[in-house]
Design a protein around this ligand. Structure first.
Ligand code: ATP
Ligand code: MG
Length: 608
């Protein structure tokens, strides 16, 4: 999480504003207070000196106008005594008395006694003597650089200026005092600032802490963590905000959970559907494709997103996106290759707002390969059945026509013709029986009549029957175990299977050939094989011989009376017994048909 820089933090701003406000207040108070105080102190100082001067004026005037006897002290001595008494005040630096002839007749400063009886050069004094007015001035002492306040006042008697009092006040003391007060004030301000800064920090914290808490929570929420809660410190506006924020978090979490749930539901519906679903935006670019659709089209979901749907379905040549949007019927997408049929059916529907605005398109893909295959097989089956029935019927019709046209009277041909029609009829009956049997097996409730049978004995009997009735010169060779192998089977059905396999072997065996019968005991099953030395079956047809109506060489087999249903029936029956059947063959050398039946080695129990 990015931290807010100190300079940008509300915390610092708070403290800064606080401190600045205090500083400003102190400054305003300070400036006003100091100025007023200074003025007051200066006024006090001046009025105290003025009062003293007035008092002094009176005493000195008395001394100056007094009639003196010879034994009286001189005027100078009297004045010096008065001045000595008066200058005991620390605010006064010096007092001088000057007569109307500008002669200094007394000074309070003991170091300046030599000035006595000299003529003064002071401008203020001269002015006071000449004009009879009081003068007040502040000067800076040349030696000490201190400020001094000079007050000169005329001494009047009978409206006549008889002299002047000149007094120097040490006003610098007032300013020194002011400096001390200023210092105290500054210190006080600094202490106040320090304390308010600390208070400001604490106060700001009460505001910023919940805010920064909320900020942290908002960041956590953005990352999907809703477990945090803002601490509520009080019930002021910020506290209310924190409570509202917590409520908001809860609502958001609920909303998020609902959306997430909906999304998950939708995505699981989409991915568990067997149909493929593709959604596009209104420009026809893929925005969603579910797993089945991706695997049907053999693409990865990530790469096809935002690809145009027409090119994804390989329809660029015949269709535009608008065509697909307006397509009412389903479109058949034939992706079959030479080796593998692969057909999809696509249905399109537009996503439309209530206003009629088209938002996109949804395509639903359905794999109809199997259905198409079944359809094709059914069509082929019907064609095959009709064909197989028509052949014997046409033969019969021509023979019966010949008989009807008079051949029945010819004793040399009639029996032969009747023989043929009889054969054809039997062939048809066989065919229809086979078909009936297949259709019965196709229906679910086909039952087997199973018994525990010693398969070896059972097999020997069947081979014996063929050996006795065979009408060509073939040798039978048996490799069967000596011991009995008990297998649970439906005797009629397995007899039918073996009849077909052996009669095929006989059909395709050359004169003087050998047919080999083998039974092998394997783990959990027995393996039965019948091998001949006939012309064999091409490798690519080895699996097809088990399909209905399939014959390697139609013309030749029909001549031999086959319909191509025997092995198909055999396969169904064997698999109904839980076994398997297959063929191996070397062209020109012979064929082996092998099938298995489940077999468990008997446990020795107490009865045996
Ligand atoms: P049906 O058995 O119904 O009378 P069929 O014998 O022609 O007719 P299947 O037994 O299903 O039919 O055999 C299918 C085809 O497999 C035969 O037409 C033949 O082409 C081939 N086939 C079966 N067994 C052999 C074999 N032992 N040697 C060579 N080809 C065989
Ligand atoms: Mg056959």
């Amino acid at each position: 999480m990015k931290k807010v820089g100190l300079t940008r933090s509300i915390h610092l701003k708070f403290v800064l504003i606080y401190v600045l406000l205090i500083l400003l207040a102190m400054q305003i108070i300070g400036v006003y207070f100091v100025r007023e105080l200074e003025q007051k102190l200066v006024e006090n100082f001046q009025s105290s000196i003025t009062n003293r001067v007035e008092l002094l004026e009176y005493t000195i005037k008395e001394e100056m106008v007094k009639e003196r006897e010879d034994d009286d002290p001189t005027q100078e001595e009297d004045i010096r005594r008065i001045l000595e008494d008066s200058s005991k005040n620390s605010d006064i630096a010096e007092i001088r008395v000057i007569d109307n002839r500008k002669r200094i007749i007394g000074t309070s400063d003991p170091n300046n006694q030599k000035l006595v009886n000299r003529v003064t050069s002071d401008k203020d004094v001269k002015r006071v003597l000449a004009l009879g007015v009081t003068s007040e001035n502040t000067y800076v002492d040349n030696q000490t650089h201190d400020r001094i306040w000079v007050h000169a006042k005329p001494i009047e008697s009978n409206n006549e200026v008889i002299g002047a009092i000149y007094i120097v006040g040490e006003i610098e003391r007032v300013y020194d005092q002011m400096n001390d007060i200023n210092k105290i004030f500054t210190n006080g301000t600094l202490i106040a600032l320090f304390i308010t800064a600390i208070l400001g920090v604490l106060l700001a914290q009460t505001v910023t802490r919940p805010i920064s808490d909320m900020r942290k929570q908002a960041l956590a929420m953005a990352k999907g963590n809703f477990s945090r809660k803002v601490k509520v410190y009080g019930y002021d506006e910020i506290g209310q905000l924190a409570i509202t924020f917590n409520n908001l978090t809860k609502r958001l979490q609920e909303a998020q959970a609902t959306t997430e749930g909906e999304r998950r539901k939708l995505s699981s519906v989409l991915s568990y559907m067997t149909d493929g679903v593709i959604a596009t935006d209104r420009k026809g670019r893929v925005i969603l494709i579910n797993d089945p659709a991706a695997s049907m089209l053999n693409v990865s979901r990530e790469t096809v997103v935002s690809q145009p749907i027409v090119s994804l379905l390989g329809l660029e040549e015949g269709y535009t996106f608008d065509d697909l949007s307006n397509e009412q019927e389903s479109i058949i997408l034939d992706y079959s290759t030479k080796d593998k049929p692969y057909v999809l059916r696509a249905n399109f529907s537009i996503i439309q707002k209530e206003t009629g605005f088209v938002n996109g398109l949804i395509a639903v893909l359905h794999d109809i390969t199997e259905q198409e295959k079944i359809d094709l097989e059914r069509r082929e089956f019907v064609a095959n059945v009709s064909h197989e029935l028509r052949t014997p019927l046409t033969t019969m019709r021509s023979y019966l026509e010949a008989l009807a046209e008079g051949a029945w009277q010819d004793e040399s041909i009639a029996p032969q013709f009747l023989d043929v029609t009889q054969n054809e009829t039997e062939r048809m009956i066989r065919l229809v029986n086979d078909l009936l049997q297949l259709s019965k097996m196709d229906s679910k409730d086909y039952r087997f009549n199973k018994d525990w049978v010693d398969f070896i004995l059972f097999f020997h009997k069947i081979i014996d029957r063929f050996e006795m009735t065979k009408n060509i010169n073939v040798t039978f060779q048996r490799f069967l175990p000596e011991k009995a192998l008990f297998v649970e089977l439906d005797q009629d059905k397995i007899t039918q299977v073996l009849d077909n396999i052996i009669s095929n072997a006989l059909k395709y065996s050359p004169e003087g050939g050998t047919i080999t019968f083998k039974v092998k005991e394997k783990d959990g099953y027995i393996e039965i094989s019948v091998s001949d030395q006939g012309l064999g079956i091409p490798k690519e047809n080895l699996e097809k011989i088990f399909e209905r109506f399939y014959r390697v060489d139609k013309a030749r087999t029909r001549q031999m009376g086959g319909t191509g249903l025997g092995l198909a029936i055999a396969k169904e029956m064997i698999s109904a017994h839980g076994g398997d059947v297959w063929a191996t063959s070397t062209e020109g050398k012979g064929t082996t048909i092998i099938f298995t039946l489940p077999y468990e080695v008997e446990q020795e129990d107490e009865w045996s």
